[in-house]
Design a protein around this ligand. Structure first.
Ligand code: PGA
Length: 242
């Protein structure tokens, strides 16, 4: 795991943009994308760049269950606003939050990911160490599944809704096993609320109690953090300082 410490979020976003640019310039075909506050700056840089995704595929990590793609809280909507409207892909896949048959939706999306192996997977990290919506206890070899969100995640995501009660309780997510199959993984984390999760992911034991610790098993992971998110890391855990 290569941990890059950026002096601030803007520098981290620039570094993440360079990772994206490199894989796209080297002929990547499938980008694995993430939602949340963390990648917003990266998406702005991608929107403003000359990069062209029109021959590429995107595959998103997750979507809330029971939410319409046109609902502004949906991850479909987020992706359109932050990237797809400005930079369309040939095809963009996300789980369908309104699928009538959840089991069939899980199978469908799992097949999407098998059919479209991810060249670069972008990740954020939850305060509880989740990646995608793989909450603590998720198996490291799991595929796409339907999850119940933890209280910590519901609370963290309540800021996007008018009240905590409106946050969906369930989501579809790619599994950790699927994420680990990506050719490259880029995880970004900013702010002190991520410091514990980052410390456990990088230095803690490999344990399903911290989903992100599974990334210790992959040898193609780049982590970009700001000083606040890196605050609990030992200096020797940092591979590069920008
Ligand atoms: P955030 O979410 O980027 O909004 O902090 C990250 C995550 O929960 O994976």
């Amino acid at each position: 795991m290569k941990v890059i410490l950026a002096p601030n979020q803007a520098a981290g976003d620039q570094a993440a943009f360079q990772v994206f640019k490199q894989v796209v310039d080297h002929g990547a075909h499938v980008l694995g994308l993430a939602t949340g506050s963390t990648p917003e700056g990266l998406y702005r840089l991608l929107r403003e760049s000359p990069l062209d995704f029109s021959q590429m595929i995107s595959v998103n990590l997750d979507e809330y269950v029971g939410i319409d793609p046109d609902n502004p809280q949906s991850y479909h909507y987020f992706m359109k606003q932050h990237l797809f409207n400005a930079k369309p892909f040939a095809h963009s896949y996300l789980p369908d939050g309104l699928a009538a048959d959840p089991d069939a939706e899980v199978k469908r999306y799992d097949q999407v990911v098998v059919d479209n192996p991810v060249d670069l997977q972008l990740l954020g990290i939850g305060r509880d160490g989740h990646i995608g919506f793989n909450e603590p206890g998720s198996p490291f070899d799991g595929g796409t599944h339907r999850v119940k969100l933890t209280d910590s995640t519901i609370e963290a995501n309540a800021r996007f809704f008018s009240s905590k009660d409106e946050v969906p309780r369930e989501a579809y997510t790619m599994g950790i096993g699927t994420i680990l199959k990506s050719r490259e993984i880029l995880l970004m984390a900013y702010g002190d609320k991520k410091a514990d999760a980052i410390q456990k992911m990088v230095e803690g034991p490999l344990t399903t109690a911290v989903a992100a610790s599974a990334l210790q098993k992959a040898d193609n992971v780049v982590v970009i953090v700001d000083p606040a998110a890196a605050a609990k890391l030992r200096p020797t855990s940092i591979s590069e300082r920008l």
